[in-house]
Design a protein around this ligand. Structure first.
Ligand SMILES: *Cc1c(COP(=O)(O)O)cnc(C)c1O
Length: 428
């Protein structure tokens, strides 16, 4: 930041909002007056269009009963494929490479069951030590299913600073014993982006398959999967994609792998024309649809229809540009306004390595988060000492960012946080 040119005034925040071409999308969302929601990286807000598409599918059930599978504006039978097609541009993939199904964790189980084929020396899975626990639990159980010991067969790359993972350390750990690599696209705490293109190239040079968990990048940044040549990916649709609590997730399988048998099969793995032949020999779909298992959770998919229409209109490139500008603005304000208050910016500051949120570290982080909530700012706390703040391009304003930093300054100056215990709540 240039100290001398940075304008920390409220007026400047308002000017930025006036110039913002995406500002009107805020009206699409249910926002509460007097609440500044900065937690869209955990659970995105409800939009009017997502609500509408949910009600529309509820109505299809009311109107058509069983025929809802093939009737109405959004017949349920190919809804997962159709939404896969709408998601594809967000990751730069072909429509047939993407399917809406399962959850991040179940999809990771499916991908590991499909792509983890220990053979000869290559028997281990490579992950990192900062990733989300559910991903690790899934990989540990898949290693056990294949008859190996997770203590020896799950290799976790270490972080040097407790916040980020160096790509070169990952590459150095791609030994001839590694069969499969699973990494996050963006780390859930520090928001660091891993260089997916570089890591994929290096993995493939060594004959290793590689997949990514996109939970913290889908809807927050652009992806170029066609060019990066990643083998597979999984994600949830309830964070930046605003499809609602427990909404159905997504997965990507590179078309070069089409035809690979699903590790966990079910009748929805079938080629669509064959599914109702009811044969006991599965004929899998010849696209990402093969990695579905059972009947889609239609009502938990429905909000995604409306939500993805908004993304198509706003454009992912535009959203990423605004998101980077907002997080940059927030970092500048933090540096300028919260000096000598014990905060450390834990996220990478470089645009090419920064995801959609800010990670602010403080030894009193848990109770600062509680004080923020009482003041109408919704952050989330991540143990041991992190405050995640996500200004979301679709619905947050520069004014939100400005006000939340001012409130944080007030909480610190007045030591308001001391009224709370420095312990996390149940959901944090
Ligand atoms: C949010 C998140 C999950 C959650 O998985 P679910 O199966 O949807 O509960 C998993 N992994 C990462 C990296 C996440 O950010």
């Amino acid at each position: 930041m240039q100290e001398n040119t940075f304008d920390s005034s409220y007026d400047y925040a308002c000017q930025l909002d006036k110039k913002d071409e995406l500002a009107s999308f805020r009206n699409e969302f249910y926002m509460k007056e007097d609440i500044i929601y900065l937690d869209g990286n955990s659970l995105g807000l409800l939009s009017k269009r997502a609500e509408k598409s949910l009600l529309e599918l509820l109505d299809a059930w009311k109107q058509f009963g069983i025929d809802g599978w093939i009737e109405g504006n959004y017949p349920w039978y190919d809804l997962s494929e159709r939404l896969g097609g709408m998601l594809a541009p967000l990751i730069g993939a072909s429509p047939e490479e993407v399917i809406v199904t399962g959850s991040t964790t179940t999809n990771l189980h499916q991908m590991a069951a499909t792509f983890y084929e220990p053979k000869g020396k290559k028997t281990k899975i490579l992950a990192d030590e900062l990733t989300f626990p559910s991903d690790i639990y899934a990989l540990q159980s898949q290693i056990k299913v294949k008859g190996y010991d997770p203590d020896t067969h799950l290799v976790q790359v270490k972080s040097r600073d407790g916040r980020t993972i160096e790509e070169s350390d990952i590459i150095d750990t791609m030994t001839e014993e590694i069969a499969l690599i699973v990494l996050p696209s963006v780390l859930y705490r520090s928001g660091q982006i891993l260089n997916m293109k570089r890591l994929t190239e290096e993995a493939h040079k060594r004959g290793i398959l590689i997949g990514f968990d996109l939970c913290h990048s889908i809807g927050a940044m652009t992806h170029h999967f066609a060019e990066w040549n990643i083998d597979f990916a999984v994600w949830c649709n309830y964070k930046y994609l605003n499809a609602g609590p427990g909404s159905v997730g997504g997965l990507y399988v590179n078309k070069k792998h089409f035809g690979r048998r699903p590790g966990l099969a079910g009748w929805f793995s079938s080629k669509k024309e064959k599914q109702f032949d009811m044969e006991h020999t599965l004929t899998p779909a010849e696209n990402a649809g093969a990695y579905q298992i059972g009947t889609p959770h239609v009502l938990s998919i429905a909000p995604l229809i409306g939500s993805l229409e908004i993304f198509a209109e706003a454009g992912m490139e535009n959203l990423r540009k605004k998101s980077l500008h907002m997080t940059r603005y927030m970092m500048d304000l933090i540096t300028h306004e919260l000096k000598d208050m014990g905060f450390t910016l834990g996220n990478p500051t470089d645009d090419s390595r920064r995801g959609g949120h800010i990670y602010l570290e403080h030894e009193e982080a848990a109770r600062i988060c509680k004080a923020l909530k009482v003041n109408g700012v919704i952050p989330d706390f991540r143990a041991p000492n992190g405050i995640r703040l996500a200004p979301v391009a679709l619905y947050n304003s520069y004014e939100d960012v400005w006000k939340s930093v001012q409130l944080l300054k007030k909480i610190m100056a007045e030591q308001q946080y001391k009224q709370f215990e420095n312990k996390r709540g149940i959901i944090a």
